[in-house]
Design a protein around this ligand. Structure first.
Ligand code: CUA
Length: 175
């Protein structure tokens, strides 16, 4: 069977319901486009965009110094680290763990440095559902002020290999 050229009058301008759906889709595209800048300024979970160049080795060394200076306990083999209120704290992402467990005080502000030692990971804080992309080579600084005491889970929501589903961490917030 050969392929034939379509007839010259194959094209028909959209009409009726087809026109309406194209119009609805176009309006919705415009709404979503406008929401992008709107949420950038009004959304409550945007990072400030503060980030610095680093290397995995340099970041790992800073995390290690931070852990050694501030460890107060252990949770299933992971150090529990309590930074001084108002200070810098560190969270390291790697295949497939978040390190260490952070213990923060309610209503205190911290500068949370997050980076990855290997591939891209997704920092997702539950149950708040706050999400940030974590890339190797960048020290992402999030200004964090916990407003409620409790135990928060960190999951990875960017597929990062065979152990992706095991990559969980924890932030503890106390009164
Ligand atoms: Cu880390 Cu998925």
């Amino acid at each position: 069977m050969s392929i034939h050229q379509p007839p010259d009058d194959w094209f028909q301008a959209p009409h009726g319901a087809e026109r309406a759906w194209i119009g609805i889709a176009l309006c919705w595209c415009l709404v979503l486009t406008l929401m992008m800048p709107y949420w950038h300024f009004r959304g409550k979970q945007n990072s400030t965009g503060e980030a610095y160049r680093t290397t995995p080795a340099e970041f790992a060394a800073r995390v290690e110094r931070f852990v050694q200076a501030n460890t107060v306990g252990e949770d299933k083999g992971v150090p529990v680290v309590q930074p001084a209120p108002g200070s810098d704290c560190y969270l390291q992402a790697q295949m497939w763990r978040w390190h260490p467990v952070l213990k923060l005080k309610k209503d205190q502000t911290y500068r949370l440095h997050v980076s990855s030692l290997d591939v891209q990971h997704g920092f997702s804080l539950q149950p708040m559902n706050m999400n940030f992309q974590i890339l190797p080579g960048y020290d992402h600084v999030l200004t964090v002020t916990p407003t409620e005491a409790g135990e928060y889970l960190i999951i990875c929501n960017e597929f990062c290999g065979i152990g992706h589903h095991l990559m969980t961490g924890k932030i503890l917030v106390e009164e």
